[in-house]
Design a protein around this ligand. Structure first.
Ligand SMILES: Cc1cc2nc3c(=O)[nH]c(=O)nc-3n(C[C@H](O)[C@H](O)[C@H](O)COP(=O)(O)O)c2cc1C
Length: 319
């Protein structure tokens, strides 16, 4: 933690960014009856009785006059899958409502669908707050859904990830045992299920698991040298022996090119065809896992597994 005088914009913004918020879109109508709105994360609750909320608007906003003069506004607490909408409403001058189907609320104000919560307000107070105007609204109507909210933290969008103590853990399992709670067991079980169809396809094509790994490396890294392939294979606990290379070449799956003292490997047409066939099966197997995990969770799981693997390899290398 470092102390900084709020002298530089960037430092002050960064410090404010440490406060995680939701993301809202605030809408109203301008004097001509046109819909206006913008993305705002300055929203907060103020009072329960009477129900009041606040948010602040930059004095440079193209919509300042509309919000100052219209007695009503609506705050939409965005859900996790409304990030694009947030980006759209954060662009000045953009046709923010173009193509959107909107409902109508208090004062005829545009109401967006698919939100986590919505508050329809009558402006109760306006205060000057430096380069912003603070609007305090009395909530006339609100609605709330079960949709997960979008989060903003450190200048980036995020999603809510509850602490594990809330989600529950192996202790919730009726037949919980150390074996079933052991990370190695969980990974091994999931891995063998995910790998089974892949290995079955390899067998049909007359390929061993290790040979398949070499082909996948060559798809993503053509022209790799033996040393480079070995480095990538290390993640699988395997290596590229002369014998294995010989087998792959004899099966007409790879070919060699010698550039000076360096030997590089390339996929033949047959090798590329085999890799694609197995890749399709692997992706289908992965899709089974993705039926219970969303995209972010899948990416997070992969990231965490890579971290574990890297740590274990580091441990191996340090003896
Ligand atoms: C996550 C996020 C939060 C924002 N919060 C606010 C805010 O609270 N108040 C504000 O005036 N602008 C905020 N902005 C910036 C406005 O959305 C942006 O300047 C927009 O272009 C203003 O549109 P307008 O000038 O058409 O009103 C935020 C932008 C983002 C991406």
């Amino acid at each position: 933690m470092s102390n900084t005088n709020a002298t530089t914009d960037a430092h002050f913004r960064n410090a404010l960014g440490a406060f995680a918020t939701g993301v809202t879109i605030v809408t109203t109508k301008d004097a001509d009856g046109g819909d206006v709105g913008l993305t705002a994360n300055s929203f907060n609750s103020v009072s329960l009785d009477p129900p009041m909320v606040l948010w602040s608007l930059a004095k440079t906003s193209a919509n300042l006059l509309a919000f100052k003069t219209n007695p009503y506004f609506a705050v939409h607490v965005l859900s996790a899958n409304q990030q694009e909408l947030s980006d759209r409403f954060a662009k000045r001058g953009a046709d923010k409502f173009g193509g959107l189907v909107v409902g109508r609320g208090i004062g005829g104000i545009a109401l967006l669908d698919g939100c986590s919560a919505r508050f329809q307000c009558r402006t109760a107070f306006q205060y000057g707050g430096g380069d912003h105007v603070i609007f305090v609204g009395e909530v006339n109507k609100f609605d709330h859904s079960e949709l997960e909210p979008l989060v903003f933290h450190g200048g980036k969008y995020a999603k809510v990830r509850p602490r594990l103590s809330i989600v529950g853990s192996a202790s919730d399992e009726v037949d919980s045992s150390f074996r079933k709670d052991f990370l190695g067991y969980l990974l091994g079980f999931a891995s063998s299920r995910l790998q089974a169809p892949v290995l079955a396809r390899c067998a049909e094509l007359g390929l061993s698991e290790e040979e398949y790994y070499v082909l996948t490396i060559l798809v993503a890294n053509p022209d790799s040298s033996v040393a480079e392939i070995d480095k990538m294979l290390a993640l699988t606990g395997s290596y590229l022996s002369d014998e294995r290379m010989g087998v792959l070449a004899a099966k007409d799956l790879i070919e060699f090119r010698d550039v000076g003292a360096t030997r590089t490997l390339h996929l033949t047409e047959k090798g590329r065809e085999a890799s694609i066939q197995i890749y399709v099966v692997a992706k289908a197997a992965e899709a089974t896992a993705e039926m219970v995990l969303d995209y972010d969770e899948t990416m997070l799981l992969k990231q965490m597994l890579r971290r574990i693997i890297a740590k274990m390899l580091e441990h191996d290398n340090n003896g």
